[in-house]
Ligand binder design. Structure first.
Ligand code: MN
Ligand code: MN
Length: 465
């Protein structure tokens, strides 16, 4: 082998090189194994309620107990807090007092979808349909003409709760929002992409047989109501007190001849929720600092509501942990650090114009840190400090985590937000980290297995810090 030239030596020393991480067969094999569990999580936890149930069941199996703010805890004790079945906090007490700061991994378990309106069922042209209101940032045209499954809960007049999942078993029926045939779409083609399908027109087809009685009007609607009543004991008024969500009916699949990628509904943000959950469940021994995984709801609509991270439930939880040790909650918050685990946009060769190649996250380049999100002059972001980015960079390198920096689009072209700014409001140091996603918010999003695993390794390292 020839000697390196002076230029080559300087290049190595001075320049920052970005690289594909999938060169180590052992790591790739580990990533593939890790992602088998991830695919199960995707299929079993398509809604925030199902993902929360999954997390709680897995935590109980690992010895986590419901958190009791009047109890005493020792280092190594494991607790969980179930916030209304839609968000979950898991914690493992560390050797250091909580007041010295905790390590938080925060991800969200809600995803863009189609919600039913409070009064959804109607009949038109002898077909029965559901009225809907989309949830989160969806490109509406992507949600027509694909099989949809119905998930959620209904609270009946007597207060009993009925859980519903229809469309996931291949023998189940499913549902669909119809689209216009191209032959008759001349006017639709002229509309902008955003207006091609109008929100109020996203009505879901749910049946067409009439109830066999000539005396009733709207016999198709009646027939559907009768089927629903016979199966679930639900009447039309019960839909008012319900949370029913339509999600794509397909399952997670490997993508590519090499199976290096996963296509699925709901990667945003199960792809960070699962590594955050596994990192705390698999944590061996007692951590130095108390570690916390938060799986939050409502991120896709701005983190509002009492299950979203703009609410105070995480703050009160950390304060409680400090207080039961006789410590100060606000000091604990101020000393804490958080990885806000959420997805980033992967550079897509089909759409090279929207991302800055030099700063965008690449598929298979590992966990993507995002210093800032926001839009138009970094508006609406927490913008992690150089000191904290430096600390995380050292931590990742010391633990052989393949990482990269990402950005949510070119300047003034797009933008977005995560829970990071709400975490920052608590006084914690926080930076976004996550998996780069192709087709984000589409019914079928794509991620790389290697990147999923690197986010897991990143959070694992963070929890040991
Ligand atoms: Mn997200
Ligand atoms: Mn999102």
């Amino acid at each position: 082998m020839s000697e390196k030239t002076q230029g080559e030596i300087l290049m190595e020393k001075l320049t920052f090189k970005r690289d594909n991480g999938c060169k180590d067969e052992k790591i790739v094999a580990e990533a593939e194994l890790f992602c088998e569990g991830y695919k199960c999580f995707l299929d079993l936890g398509k809604t925030e309620r199902e993902a929360a149930d999954f997390a709680i069941a897995a935590a109980i199996e690992k010895g986590f107990k419901p958190f009791d703010r009047n109890a005493k805890y020792n280092p190594g004790d494991k607790v969980y807090l179930n916030n209304r079945g839609k968000s979950v906090i898991l914690a493992v007490f560390g050797n250091q007092p909580v007041e010295s700061g905790v390590r938080v991994a925060a991800a969200h378990i809600d995803s863009p979808r189609i919600d039913l309106k409070p009064n959804p069922i109607y009949e038109d042209c002898e077909m029965a349909l559901f009225k809907t209101h989309y949830y989160g940032g969806v490109k509406k045209y992507q949600w027509t003409a694909i099989p949809l499954a119905l998930h959620g809960v209904v609270i009946r007049a007597d207060g009993t709760k009925i859980s519903i999942v229809i469309g996931e078993d291949e023998n189940d029926p499913c549902f669909v929002i119809t689209d216009l045939l191209p032959h008759l779409a001349a006017e639709q083609y002229k509309r902008t992409l955003g207006e091609a399908i109008r929100g109020e027109d996203m009505n879901v087809l749910i049946g067409s047989y009439p109830f066999k009685d000539d005396k009733v009007s709207e016999a198709v609607k009646l027939n559907i109501l009768n089927i629903i009543y016979e199966k679930y004991g639900i009447v039309e008024a019960d839909f008012i007190s319900a949370e029913l969500e339509l999600v794509p009916a397909f399952k997670a699949r490997d993508i590519g001849f090499d199976r290096s990628l996963i296509g699925s509904y709901g990667h945003d943000d199960r792809v960070c929720a699962y590594p955050s959950l596994m990192a705390i469940l698999n944590a061996s021994g007692t951590p130095e600092h108390t570690v916390i995984t938060v799986l939050a709801d409502k991120e896709e609509i701005g983190s509002m509501g009492n299950t979203g991270l703009e609410s105070a439930f995480l703050k009160y939880f950390v304060c409680d942990l400090a207080n039961i040790q006789g410590g100060d909650g606000f000091t604990a918050l101020a000393n804490s650090e958080c990885l806000s685990a959420d997805v980033n946009a992967a550079f897509d060769p089909n759409y090279p114009d929207v991302l800055d190649r030099r700063n965008a996250a690449m598929i298979n380049h590992g966990a993507a840190f995002t210093k800032y999100t926001g839009s138009r002059g970094k508006s609406g972001t927490s913008d992690a400090s150089a000191e904290f980015v430096g600390k995380m960079r050292r931590l990742m390198d010391a633990n052989n985590v393949m990482w990269q920096m990402g950005e949510l689009g070119k300047v003034d072209l797009g933008g977005g937000g995560t829970v990071a700014m709400y975490i920052a409001n608590l006084g914690m140091d926080v930076i976004d980290i996550g998996v780069p996603v192709l087709s984000m918010h589409a019914p079928f999003e794509v991620v790389s297995k290697f990147d999923v695993y690197m986010v897991y390794k990143a959070i694992e390292a963070f929890f040991k810090s």
